[in-house]
Design a protein around this ligand. Structure first.
Ligand code: ZN
Length: 458
């Protein structure tokens, strides 16, 4: 440890690292509240050369490194609990000028998602990866975790919006992958291996992002419906009418109740309903007839359309404020699963029945990007139970959940990633042959196993 600190002091400027206990606590964790952070030092490089030098040094001393972005992850991917070096990208926030001709922008990994959105918006362009934590999440972290979010139904996951990557390997080697090319058909696409690898193969230092035009006209609706079957019936109707969606989200009354309590906000309708659907239509024309038919056919019980941007934002807050509200009003055990849409209803019925039988009285808050088949399953800690009992029981409950996910041909993580949280369950979604190939890939990039050890594969 003292060798490391002496070497850091001899190699870098004085403000390059800190061992301040409060900083170690802060930079050693993400939004999961399961592990006690315990890194030995936090480093703040300003450029790629410093990242390379730091990784070379860590490699020569055999000290593990945890790459760290905005730390808004929900799978423990950025947790440092074993004396690691935390490599924070926070100081690397440079954004180059937007290339309007190529519709791209090159940024450093520490650029904040929302700031990149604003930077591009002046040019009528956007990086269409969008989620509730965009105010603090960083581009490098989004790419390392292949982040999802609320617009995936239209735009797809992060990996579709990254043209080029600059990456530093565990031994300090700097790779420049794919530049700003849309088309480059020259063998295995190494860039894509890093996207979603959760910092286990290399540290992303810069990226060339692909941009899309800012949508011209977005219409936002909130509908109230009777049950999950109605959420899916409405989705079928929207799809069969070829309504151009940029979001199809849902949440239950339990989520709404916690949100209203946390935010001291007003309910969206006079009476309460069991399920709510937020629909965002991108460039829809002549929606009046379609909307009328929803009521005539009894597909929705109530509904409201945002009349201006402020109202649209309010409606979005009802959905995007849920995750924060669950954490503020209790302790949620979070899961993030994907299912084929056709299996959603039978899955939820079986899951709720299984939970009610084994854990009677537990509150389950369901919400998510239902148009993508992505459910956020939040089991709330009963008030009378202590945290460690709850964590042990939810670990058991996860086996029930993941057995059902597997039986319904789903995935144990739709968008949050594996990190430490899902590591022991990876076999539910990937075969032994796949996991063996992942391990071999890891060994090729990081033979000493020093980059984000213990994450994804264990
Ligand atoms: Zn989500």
């Amino acid at each position: 440890m003292s060798t490391l600190l002496e070497a850091l002091a001899a190699t870098f400027p004085a403000d390059f690292f800190t061992t301040d206990p409060a900083e170690l606590q802060e930079y050693g964790k993400d939004w999961t509240k399961v592990w006690e952070p315990k890194p030995s030092v936090v480093c703040f490089p300003r450029n790629t050369e410093e990242v390379s030098k730091l990784l070379k040094l860590a490699n020569s001393l055999n000290i593990p490194v945890v790459p760290s972005g905005g730390r808004t992850g929900l799978a423990g991917g950025a947790v440092a609990a074993n004396g690691e070096i935390v490599l924070s990208l926070t100081r690397m926030r440079r954004m180059d000028a937007v290339d309007e001709l190529g519709a791209t922008v090159r940024v450093q990994a520490g650029a904040i998602t929302e700031v990149v959105h604003q930077h591009c918006e002046e040019h009528g362009l956007t990086w269409p990866v969008d989620f509730a934590s965009k105010g603090s999440s960083q581009i490098g972290g989004n790419i390392a975790t292949n982040a999802g979010g609320v617009k995936v139904i239209k735009y797809g996951l992060t990996r579709q919006w990254v043209l080029g990557l600059e990456v530093v390997l565990a031994d300090g080697t700097i790779l420049e992958l794919n530049g700003a090319l849309e088309k480059n058909n020259t063998g295995i696409d190494l860039r894509q291996l890093f996207i979603g690898s959760e910092g286990t193969l290399g540290v992303i230092t810069e990226a060339t992002l692909k941009l899309a035009p800012v949508p011209k006209k977005l219409d936002v609706f909130l509908f109230a419906v009777a049950d999950l079957a109605s959420v899916l019936r409405l989705f079928r109707k929207v799809r069969s009418n070829k309504i151009p969606l940029s979001a199809y989200e849902f949440f239950t009354d339990k989520c709404l109740a916690r949100l209203l309590k946390h935010r001291a906000a007003r309910a969206p309708f006079e009476r309460s309903y069991s399920h709510y659907v937020l629909v965002e239509v991108d460039g829809g024309e002549d929606l009046d007839g379609f909307l009328a038919s929803l009521f005539e056919e009894g597909l929705v019980a109530d509904g409201v359309m945002a009349q201006h941007g402020g109202e649209a934002k309010q409606l979005w807050t009802l959905r995007e404020g849920i995750s924060e509200s669950l954490s503020a009003t209790g302790l949620p055990h979070k899961n993030d699963i994907a299912l084929p849409i056709a299996e959603l209803e039978s899955f939820v019925t079986a899951f709720e029945a299984g939970m009610a039988e084994r854990y009677p009285g537990w509150e389950i808050c369901l919400f998510g990007h239902i148009g993508d088949g992505n459910l956020h399953v939040n089991i709330m800690k009963p008030d009378a139970m202590n945290k460690s009992d709850f964590l042990a029981k939810t670990h058991e409950a996860d086996a029930l959940l993941f057995d059902l996910v597997k039986a319904h041909h789903g995935s144990i993580s739709a968008e949050h990633g594996v990190g430490l949280l899902k590591r022991d369950f990876l076999g539910y979604s990937r075969t032994p042959a796949e996991i063996a190939l992942m391990r071999a890939t890891k060994a090729a990039f990081d033979p000493k196993g020093l980059l984000n050890p213990g994450k994804v594969f264990g």
